[in-house]
Write a protein that binds this ligand. Structure first.
Ligand code: C5P
Length: 243
């Protein structure tokens, strides 16, 4: 039985108290939700694959100087991470129109955007994570100007790196969501990348066929979710060793 203290349970992950102060264990579930949890299901083996993909991506990002909460993967479904105060924003990076921006602004899915777009959503399940402007963030004090600078510059660097990383394995990075947290050191904090980067929070299209290799397969009842996630992991080369 698992006797560790549970800190938080989200839609796709659980956070447990970590072995040392300032650490948490991030457990990846197979549960999948969409449309603010109105649609629920499971994708068999998703937690195992996302744990691996997120480990791979966060490790690569740390190599290019992005500070992240990731410390190390512990086992098939768990990783050790630094404890942060999550900033209540979802930072969405878009290269190509798809999903909510297509619906909201009537832009055809697949239309490349004139330039990379950053959007901010207020993280609040009860409100359905509404799209907000930077003015709202400043007005309500959800993040400081300096934190906004840090998050936006990291988001652009992450996008540049990930576009290349996925393109190298024949995948187009259409859009993705990031979450950041405050890492405290006494009275001071700095912003680091938190949460996960996986096909749950990215749109990944096969460059040759346009096939969707991400959670839209679940959201849109396309089927083949397991195969799609496994294909992303296989192309990134993260399913080779055990443990
Ligand atoms: O739905 P929308 O088009 O706004 O999503 C943009 C990107 O952000 C998609 O890659 C989606 O997977 C991700 N996202 C997410 N979690 C949310 C909202 C969006 O991972 N709550």
């Amino acid at each position: 039985m698992n006797r560790r203290r549970q800190i938080y349970e989200g839609k796709a992950k659980i956070l447990y108290e970590g072995p040392e102060p300032g650490t948490l264990i991030q457990y990846f579930k197979d549960d999948a939700t969409a449309f603010n949890a109105q649609k629920k299901g499971t994708i068999n083996g998703k937690g195992v694959i996302n744990n691996r993909i997120s480990e791979f991506v966060f490790t690569r990002l740390s190599h290019i100087g992005i500070p992240t909460h990731f410390i190390r993967r512990l086992n098939m479904r768990e990783q050790l991470v630094r404890q942060v105060d999550i900033i209540p924003l979802e930072v969405v990076v878009r290269n190509v129109a798809a999903g909510s921006i297509s619906k909201r602004l009537g832009i055809e899915e697949g239309e490349p955007l004139p330039h990379t777009l950053l959007e901010y959503y207020y993280k609040d399940d009860a409100l359905g994570d509404p799209l907000i402007a930077e003015e709202h963030i400043a007005c309500f004090g959800w993040a400081s100007n300096e934190e906004m600078q840090d998050m936006s510059s990291m988001a652009i660097r992450i996008n540049d790196f990930l576009c290349g990383m996925f393109a190298a394995v024949g995948i187009r990075l259409v859009d993705f969501k990031l979450e950041f947290g405050r890492l405290w050191d006494g009275d001071y904090s700095r912003v680091i990348l938190a949460d996960e980067i996986s096909p749950d929070g990215c749109r990944l299209w096969d460059m040759a066929t346009g096939e969707k290799l991400d959670k839209d397969r679940f959201r849109r009842d396309l089927g083949g979710e397991e195969d799609a996630y496994t294909e992303v992991a296989r192309r990134l080369g993260v399913l080779q060793d055990d443990g």
